[in-house]
Design a protein around this ligand. Structure first.
Ligand SMILES: *Cc1c(COP(=O)(O)O)cnc(C)c1O
Length: 386
C-alpha cells in the first residue's frame, strides 16, 4: 500500500533511511495496553534491543511500558528516553562489572541473572555499595520454538540461562547472600514465534516449576516470560498489528499465576517491527543473462536480517504503478550475501525509484554497521515529515 508513505517528503530526503509510522506504533501500543490490561498483574516491557532510536523509545515510554535492557548502553538509552529505572530489567549472559555498577547505581527493578558466577559478582558489587540488588533467574525451560535456529534460545544446551535442574540450587545460594534478593523467575524461548503452542508449552513448564518450588516453600513474586511474539512479514498491511489478543489470552489461560504474582512480558519485534520501513533508491537496473537486478543504495549494512538469517521482507517499488517484472534486489556492499530478495515481482523499476523494504522496524536500524565506510542510516518518524 503506497498510500502509507508521505512520498513527496521522501523525494527530498537522502536515501537510504528508516521511516517509522508513529500512528501505527501508537495503535500497536494501544492494542498492547488494552489486551494486557484485561488481566490482573500483567506488566509489559519493551525489549530495547529491537530498536533504540530515541524517538521510538520516547513514544513507547509515553505509552507506559517498562524497558528490558541487555547492556549498560541500553539502560542509559532507556533512562535518557524517560523510562523510570524502577521499570527497567537487565538481562544478558555477559554483564560487565561496569554495567552491573550502573544498574545498581540506577536502582533498576531487577537483574535477570544467567549464571552462578554472575550472581556472585552482583552480590559483591552491591555489597561494596551497601545495597541489595533484586535478582530473577533466567531458567532455560527446554522448550523449542519453531523458528530460525539462530534465534531459538530456550533449548537445553545453550549459552543462555540456568538449567532447570540447577534452579533450586541457585535460589538457595541467593538466599545465603546478603546483597541480593530473589524476586522472580525469567524465561525467554526465542523470537518470531507465531505458534501459540510454543507459549502454551512454556506456560506448562512454568506451572511445573512453580509446583516444585512451592513444595520447598519458595515463593516467587514475579514471573517474566520474555518476548518472542512474531509479526507477519508477508502481509505488513493486512496484519499491521500482531495478534496481542491471542497472545495475552494464551498466558491468561495457561499460566497459573499465584495470588499477587506479577507476570512480566518483554516484547521487542511485535512492538516495533511493522511500523518501520527501510526506504532506498534504485541506483541501477542491470540486465543479467537470465535475470535482472535492481541495485539499491541500501545494503546489508543498513538492514542485515536477510543476509544474517535469510529473513524475508516484503519489498515494494513505491514510485511506480508500471506492470510487474521480476528482479533480484541487491545492495551495493562488496559481499555476495548482500541480497535483499531473489526473483521477486516489483512494479517495473527505473533508476531513481523509491523502494520500501517493509517490516523493518525491529532489528533493522539498530543492527546497522559502517562496513565499507558507509554512514549509518538515519531514522525519521511521521512527525519529522510534516
Ligand atoms: C531479544 C529478547 C527479547 C525480545 O524478543 P522479541 O522476539 O523481539 O520479542 C526479550 N527478552 C530477552 C531476554 C531477549 O533477549
Amino acid at each position: 500500500m503506497k498510500g502509507v508513505f508521505p512520498l513527496d517528503k521522501f523525494n527530498e530526503t537522502d536515501t537510504p533511511f528508516y521511516y517509522y509510522d508513529t500512528d501505527l506504533l501508537r495503535e500497536t501500543l494501544r492494542t498492547i495496553n488494552t489486551e494486557a490490561g484485561k488481566y490482573e498483574g500483567f506488566c509489559v516491557h519493551y525489549a530495547v534491543k529491537a530498536n533504540a532510536n530515541p524517538k521510538i523509545l520516547n513514544v513507547i515510554c509515553q505509552a507506559g511500558l517498562g524497558a528490558d535492557c541487555v547492556s549498560g548502553g541500553e539502560i542509559q538509552a532507556a533512562i535518557n528516553a524517560g523510562f523510570s529505572s524502577s521499570k527497567i530489567v537487565f538481562a544478558g549472559v555477559g554483564k560487565s562489572d561496569k554495567e552491573i555498577n550502573l544498574a545498581i547505581d540506577k536502582d533498576i527493578f531487577c537483574f535477570n541473572v544467567e549464571s552462578v558466577p554472575e550472581l556472585a559478582v552482583i552480590n559483591e558489587i552491591a555489597a561494596a555499595k551497601g545495597k541489595v540488588a533484586r535478582v530473577a533467574f533466567r531458567i532455560n525451560p527446554n522448550v523449542g520454538a519453531h523458528t530460525h535456529a539462530n534465534i531459538t534460545t530456550g533449548l537445553a544446551e545453550n549459552k543462555f540461562g540456568i538449567a532447570m535442574e540447577d534452579m533450586e540450587d541457585i535460589i538457595g545460594q541467593a538466599e545465603d547472600m546478603k546483597n541480593v534478593k530473589f524476586v522472580g523467575l525469567h524465561f525467554h524461548i526465542g523470537s518470531q514465534i507465531l505458534d501459540m503452542g510454543d507459549f502454551v508449552a512454556l506456560c506448562n513448564r512454568i506451572n511445573d516449576l512453580q509446583k516444585q518450588l512451592e513444595a520447598h516453600h519458595v515463593t516467587v513474586d514475579n514471573i517474566n516470560v520474555g518476548g518472542g511474539l512474531g509479526i507477519d512479514y508477508t502481509h505488513p498491511n493486512k496484519v499491521s498489528v500482531p495478534d496481542f489478543k491471542s497472545y495475552f489470552a494464551t498466558y491468561a489461560r495457561h499460566l497459573k499465576l499465584r495470588k499477587g504474582q506479577m507476570l512480566h512480558f518483554e516484547l521487542g519485534r511485535s512492538v516495533v517491527g511493522q511500523c518501520g520501513s527501510l526506504i532506498s533508491r534504485v541506483l541501477y537496473v542491470k540486465q543479467g543473462t537470465a535475470k535482472q537486478f535492481a541495485i539499491l543504495d541500501a545494503g546489508m549494512t543498513d538492514l542485515i536480517r536477510p543476509a544474517l538469517y535469510q529473513a524475508y521482507h516484503k519489498i515494494e517499488n513505491i514510485s511506480s504503478e508500471a506492470p510487474m517484472q521480476t528482479y533480484d534486489v541487491v545492495g551495493p556492499i562488496c559481499e555476495s550475501s548482500d541480497v535483499f530478495a531473489k526473483a521477486i515481482d516489483l512494479n517495473e523499476c527505473h533508476r531513481g525509484d523509491l523502494v520500501a523494504i517493509r517490516s523493518a522496524g525491529a532489528y533493522g536500524e539498530i543492527m546497522a554497521s559502517q562496513y565499507n565506510c558507509r554512514p549509518l542510516p538515519k531514522g525519521y518518524i511521521t512527525e519529522d515529515m510534516h
